[in-house]
Structure formats: structure tokens, C-alpha cells
Design a protein around this ligand. Structure first.
Ligand code: B12
Ligand code: SF4
Length: 451
């Protein structure tokens, strides 16, 4: 089978309104499509694979006729994530209208979290949920043998009726069992991953999920999957061999397993692997020995989900720490010579203007190396959403509606629909964001300084 895997285009701003206008572009963040590169690394053992990152290449849906003519795929697989869902759906529609015989497959977070809503679109022939290597390989094998692709775990067929789209998470899907993402499938030296002090840069993932339960977060799904130290360090060696200099770890909580943090650092030091890297931790997730050892092992920055400068809001979020813990941790990490990036959420339900300004001032006072702000959304699956239903701020799963009926002309997430606060107008929320970004050091400044 010849399989074309596509990262759908970014119609200008995929996160419209949740960040200030033009943020992603100015911050120059173009992340490698790790999911597709992982699939390619596995599929290439038996099938011919082409990966096109339409964001990196600056392509649009109008380029599809040429792409299909050149690649001539039997199957087109598109990764689906909420922020690019409309764009992904446009790709499926265009493929089916140009070449109805090409098999179309949807996979990725949207397919996994909204399977029924994603699959109600008839232009998708197959839906893969969860980690896709194994089901996609089985699907390609079956189709190549002229079989219909029925009966594959975590893979569903259009037209067949299913009671439910259950995701099977078992050992067979563990990240360590599959090859590393094959970064050479896309022009890997062109990615510009933010924060990294030296290019070329890339991203990497060593765990999925998080054992905590903050009220606004949906990350409790899927269960935590943690790769072994040996496997992680081997991938970093491969990255280094490719001539890449910096790595951004995408794990929700890199420090979830403290023993593993120590082992990874010590192994990197022992093996003399010199990469710059940055990762995410909770404010209360560090141990006294960590900053020094992390620095020695190449870590240059820690991202913290600080979220708020207001103790009442922090308690509502169930973060489990206060302003004082934040002040102490930031100072402690900076003292060790690491830089600190803080992420903040503005306009948490119940917050008034003074509360929001308190968070902005707090971010300023912390003297962070980089501050990032976004508007709070109450995602279905989070406790915050359940609370919204309970108090009547929400009446139903609005994301489910959105996935069924996205706006075909705009891939951006509609803020008016997603922002959790019902106290402020769209313009007022945007003004808070603008103020926050104007008052602190942002990625724009960082990029300007490194130019
Ligand atoms: C890194 C990351 C980001 C990065 C980069 C995104 C990217 N395109 O890679 C950034 C910071 C930009 C980001 C932004 C957002 N993200 Co994000 N992000 C993640 C995170 C932490 C890791 C993703 C990753 O690299 N995984 C590693 C790779 C190997 O796994 P994977 O991509 O899932 O791919 C596997 C399978 O999904 C499947 N698969 C993937 N594609 C395909 C395609 C086919 C054809 C097949 C068969 C299979 C398949 O097989 C792959 C290999 O096993 C996940 C959480 C998580 N643990 O997955 C959230 C997550 C994907 N993000 C999420 C959200 C909500 C967002 C935002 C909307 C947040 C916001 N409010 O702004 C934005 C939207 C951005 C956008 N442009 O769409 C949600 C997705 C929910 C949804 N329904 O789509 C997640 C799941 C977090 C969560 N639990 O809420 N994100
Ligand atoms: S916000 Fe961070 S620490 Fe809290 S549950 Fe989500 S990923 Fe875990």
C-alpha cells in the first residue's frame, strides 16, 4: 500500500482568540507531527509511506490535486486535533471529491476523544482510536490482501454499525514497543520549536497522561504511559546523530516519576549526550536535588503550569499549591541557573477583573524568563465542565456539537464558544490577554533577543 499521511494546514490561526492574534506565527512555533512520524516509522517496515506536514510546507487544501497527482496514494491518513479539525475535515472532503477510490483514515486525539462525532462524517472511511501504529499496520495489511479491514482492534469501518467506539489501552500499545518517530520523513531541520536556545530543534514524548486531577484539565485520559530510561536516551542519541541541538519534551508531566528523572539525567551525563532540553513540571513536582542535576544533563528551562496568582482561584482549580509555593519554586529553579517559563490561565469562572489583573501582576513580579497566557476553557471531560453543567453555565457538550458541525471556512477554535467565563465580552477577554502579553516577557521577546 502507498500511504500518504498528512498534517492538515493551519488556516492562519488555529487557536483563534485563546491567544492574542498572530501569536503562533510570531512565536514561530511549528512542531513536528510526532504522531505521524511515529506511524511512518512503523508502517515503512511493510508499506510505502509519504508524510507531508502542510503547516511546515505552507500548503493549503488547494494544493491537494497536485499532491495526489504526484504521490498517487492508495490511502490518505490525516491526524486530527481539535484546533485543526475543520482543516482536517476539508482535506477528507477534497480527497473524496477528487479521488473517491482513495481510502481515507482519521486518527489522533479528535478521533480518540470524539469518535462518534468524528466518524459521522461519511468522507472518512476508517477511524483509528488511541495509539495508531498497530491498527493502521493491520488495516494496510488487510487492504493490500483485498480484505475489507473489518475486525481490527481500535479501528472502525464506515458503514458498519458499532455500539460504542471503545479505545483499548493495553501493553500492546505501549510507546516503547514501537520505533521512534522517524524525523527524516519531513524536513526536520526546518522546525522551529519555541524556547530552544539552539536550532535545529525538535520535540519528543516520553509519557502520556498525568496522575493529578486539576479541575480544568482533561489529561487524566489516557492512562499514564511511561517510557523506560534506556528507550528515551536511545531516542535522544538518535536525535543528536541527526544534528539536532535542542529538544522540547511534550509530556504533560515529565517529572511524574522522580526516579526516572534522575536516571535519565545520569544516563545522559554518563553517555556524554549534549542536547539542550526543556520539560514540564508541576510547581510542587521538584525535589531539592533536581535543578542542579537537570542543568548538568542539558535541561535549560522548566515550564510550569502556574495558572494563577490568586490563592482562591488556585484552590478552585485544585492545583494543590499556593502563591507562596510558586514564589519559592521559581526562585529555587532560577538560582540553579535554569530559566523558567510560566503558563497562566485568565478569566477562570468566578474571577472578576481584579482577580485577573492580580494574576498578570503576579506573573510580572515572578520575573519569569517567559510567560504565556491563555483564556480558560471548560473542556468537556473536566470537572470544571461538570460544574458548568451543574450551575447552568453550559447546557450540553458544546465540543461534541463543534466536531459534528465545524465551521468549514475557519479552522480556528471559536472563542465565543470555548471561553469558560460568562462575565466578560469577547473584546474584554482579548484586552486582558493583550495586557498580559504586553506586561511580561513573551516568546516574541525571546525570539527577538535570539535573532
Ligand atoms: C504536544 C501537544 C500539543 C502541542 C503540539 C500539537 C501537535 N500537533 O503535536 C501544542 C502546544 C501546539 C498543542 C496545542 C493544542 N492542544 Co495539545 N497536546 C499535546 C500533547 C501533550 C502531546 C501530543 C503528542 O505529541 N503526542 C505524541 C504522539 C506520538 O501521539 P499522537 O499525536 O496522539 O499520535 C498517536 C495517536 O493519536 C495516533 N494518531 C495520530 N494521528 C494519526 C493519524 C492517523 C491517520 C492514524 C491512523 C493515527 C493517528 O497514532 C499516533 C501514534 O501512536 C497532547 C496530550 C497527549 N498526551 O497526547 C495534547 C492534546 C493533543 N492537545 C489537546 C488540545 C485540546 C490542544 C489545544 C486545542 C489547546 C488549546 N486550548 O489551545 C491546542 C490546539 C493546537 C492545534 N493546532 O490544533 C488535546 C486534544 C483534544 C482533541 N480532541 O483534539 C490533548 C489530547 C490534551 C488533552 N488531554 O486535552 N498541543
Ligand atoms: S493541569 Fe497539569 S498537573 Fe494538573 S492534571 Fe493537567 S497535566 Fe496534570
Amino acid at each position: 500500500m502507498k500511504v500518504l499521511l498528512l498534517q492538515p494546514p493551519n488556516m492562519e490561526e488555529s487557536m483563534t482568540g485563546l491567544y492574542p492574534e498572530g501569536y503562533a506565527k510570531k512565536a514561530r512555533s511549528v512542531f513536528p507531527p510526532l504522531g505521524l512520524l511515529s506511524l511512518a516509522a512503523f508502517l515503512k517496515q511493510r508499506h510505502e509511506v509519504v508524510v507531508i506536514d502542510m503547516i511546515l510546507a505552507g500548503l493549503t487544501v488547494n494544493d491537494l490535486p497536485d499532491i495526489l497527482k504526484t504521490v498517487k496514494p492508495d490511502m490518505v491518513g490525516v491526524t486530527t486535533i481539535l484546533g485543526l479539525w475543520s482543516s482536517a475535515l476539508n482535506i477528507f472532503k477534497e480527497v473524496k471529491s477528487l479521488e473517491p477510490a482513495i481510502r481515507t483514515v482519521a486518527g489522533g486525539p479528535n478521533a480518540t476523544y470524539f469518535p462518534a462525532e468524528t466518524f459521522c462524517h461519511q468522507v472518512i472511511d476508517y477511524l483509528v482510536v488511541g495509539n495508531g501504529q498497530k491498527p493502521l499496520m493491520e488495516l494496510c495489511d488487510q487492504l493490500e490482501q483485498g480484505r475489507p479491514g473489518v475486525g481490527i482492534e481500535n479501528c472502525f469501518v464506515q458503514g458498519v454499525s458499532y455500539d460504542r467506539f471503545e479505545v483499548v489501552y493495553s501493553e500492546e500499545y505501549a510507546l516503547d514497543r514501537f520505533p521512534f518517530p522517524d524525523r527524516t520523513f519531513t524536513p526536520y531541520l526546518q522546525y522551529s520549536v519555541p524556547f530552544c536556545p539552539e536550532n535545529p530543534s525538535t520535540t519528543m514524548i516520553t509519557s502520556m497522561g498525568c496522575p493529578y486531577r486539576c479541575a480544568f484539565c482533561t489529561t487524566a485520559r489516557p492512562p499514564v504511559l511511561i517510557r523506560t530510561t534506556a528507550n528515551i536516551v536511545e531516542e535522544m542519541e538518535e536525535i543528536s546523530r541527526l544534528g539536532i541541538k535542542s529538544v522540547l519534551f511534550q509530556d504533560e508531566l515529565f517529572t511524574a516519576d522522580k526516579k526516572r528523572v534522575r536516571e535519565v539525567c545520569e544516563t545522559l551525563i554518563d553517555r556524554g549526550i549534549h542536547l539542550h532540553w526543556t520539560m514540564k513540571s508541576r510547581i510542587d513536582g521538584l525535589q531539592p536535588w533536581m535543578p542542579e542535576l537537570l542543568k548538568q544533563a542539558g535541561c535549560f528551562n522548566i515550564h510550569f503550569g502556574i495558572e494563577s496568582g490568586n490563592d482562591q482561584t488556585l484552590a478552585k482549580m485544585k492545583k494543590g499549591y499556593t502563591r507562596d509555593t510558586i514564589i519559592n519554586t521559581v526562585a529555587f529553579v532560577k538560582k540553579a541557573g535554569l530559566s523558567v517559563t510560566g503558563n497562566f490561565m485568565l478569566a477562570y469562572p468566578g474571577e472578576n477583573e481584579a482577580d485577573i489583573l492580580q494574576t498578570i501582576d503576579f506573573a510580572k513580579e515572578l520575573d519569569l524568563n517567559v510567560a504565556q497566557f491563555s483564556l480558560t476553557i471548560d473542556s468537556p471531560g473536566s470537572e470544571l465542565f461538570e460544574e458548568a453543567l451543574h450551575v447552568g453555565r453550559r447546557t450540553h457538550n458544546y465540543l461534541s456539537d463543534y466536531v459534528k458541525h465545524p465551521d468549514p471556512d475557519n479552522s480556528g477554535l471559536p472563542t465565543a464558544l470555548f471561553a469558560a467565563s460568562d462575565r466578560f465580552s469577547h473584546d474584554e477577554l482579548q484586552a486582558f490577554l493583550a495586557k498580559a502579553y504586553a506586561s511580561t516577557r513573551t516568546l516574541f521577546d525571546l525570539n527577538r533577543e535570539t535573532d
